[in-house]
Design a protein around this ligand. Structure first.
Ligand SMILES: C[S@@+](CC[C@H](N)C(=O)[O-])C[C@H]1O[C@@H](n2cnc3c(N)ncnc32)[C@H](O)[C@@H]1O
Length: 284
């Protein structure tokens, strides 16, 4: 009786120590990310050097932190599952795919065997290394990590077109987003879909579902700009002019360690324009 009590007490203490240690570990990894976001100056001559300077110190802690702030990924992937439900032998290009977390999330919505190939394309070496670890650990044989610029990426020889191209929280970080979108159009199949999710601010005069006050537009644009993330309305406007809008959702979500504030996000799916469709051109 006494021995069993002692064993239970020991197990209880061990559990407390383990919980305490994991909380300290979580806080430490959060602190690594927060230091990069709030205090580190982004350095570098080129875009890839700047990405590396921003992400290298936080690469290993990236997923755990971003899970609590990139809220638009889930609605986007859910919608893509609907769009792709009938497809098979699909090709997916995830531009600015980072650590490959979207592929893991997609696996909860549809079997990855539906894809002939998935390309995680990213310009940041450290995040590509994380993605490679994930692909290896998961044993995904149809997922390829490509360290490349979204503005110049092309499909490998023998792969004629992509059925789906995504920019998940990436378009706002690509300075020449027009080039990246136009380049994606060169390999998107005729019936292909483009999925985008990101933070955003509305235009000065926008549709009622997204309209923001002057202060909100100014505040969020300025806050993200410090980290090289550009939230201006031009990205959405360009998408809506290049593609036919199929679906969109606008929302706002919390940020770790930032009380009260909720950052605005959108998720959007479009298709290639064709002559017969009257495209949604966004607010005029
Ligand atoms: C906020 S992270 C999002 C990562 C991932 N898509 C996700 O949803 O977690 C933005 C990503 O875009 C990548 N990126 C920025 N500019 C790029 C470019 N020109 N070409 C490829 N990747 C780029 C960054 O390296 C980074 O991985």
């Amino acid at each position: 009786m006494q021995v069993s009590f002692k064993l239970k007490a020991l197990a209880f203490v061990c559990a407390l120590v383990a919980i305490g240690a994991s909380m300290v570990g979580d806080r430490a990894s959060d602190w690594t990310v927060l230091r990069s976001i709030w205090f580190r100056r982004v350095r570098g001559e080129t875009h890839s050097e700047r990405l590396e300077s921003f992400y290298a110190p936080q690469a290993a802690a990236y997923d755990k932190f971003r899970r609590r702030m990139l809220w638009a990924k889930e609605p986007l992937l859910r919608q893509l599952r609907t769009e792709l439900a009938d497809g098979d032998g699909l090709v997916w290009v995830d531009l600015g795919g980072g650590t490959g977390s979207n592929v893991e999330m997609m696996e909860t919505h549809m079997p990855l065997t539906k894809f002939k190939a998935i390309y995680i394309v990213d310009l940041c070496h450290s995040l590509c290394e994380q993605a490679k670890i994930r692909v290896k650990n998961k044993g995904w044989e149809n997922v390829h990590v490509v360290e490349a610029d979204a503005c110049s990426f092309t499909l490998p020889e023998g792969v004629p077109a992509a059925d789906v191209v995504t920019f998940s929280y990436a378009l706002s970080m690509i300075p020449n987003f027009i080039l990246a979108v136009d380049q994606a159009l060169t390999y998107l199949s005729e019936n292909g879909v483009v999925g985008v999710c990101d933070f955003y601010v509305s235009a000065k005069y926008d549709s009622p579902s997204r309209q923001m006050s002057w202060f909100r537009r100014f505040f969020w644009q300025m806050s993200f700009d410090l980290d090289g993330i550009f939230l201006g309305s031009e990205r959405r406007l360009y998408l809506e002019n290049r593609f036919q809008t199929m679906w969109e959702e606008n929302g706002s979500g919390s940020l770790p360690y930032v009380p009260f504030l909720r950052a605005p996000w959108y998720a959007w799916v479009g298709r290639k324009q064709n002559v017969a469709t009257s495209a949604n051109k966004g607010p005029s």
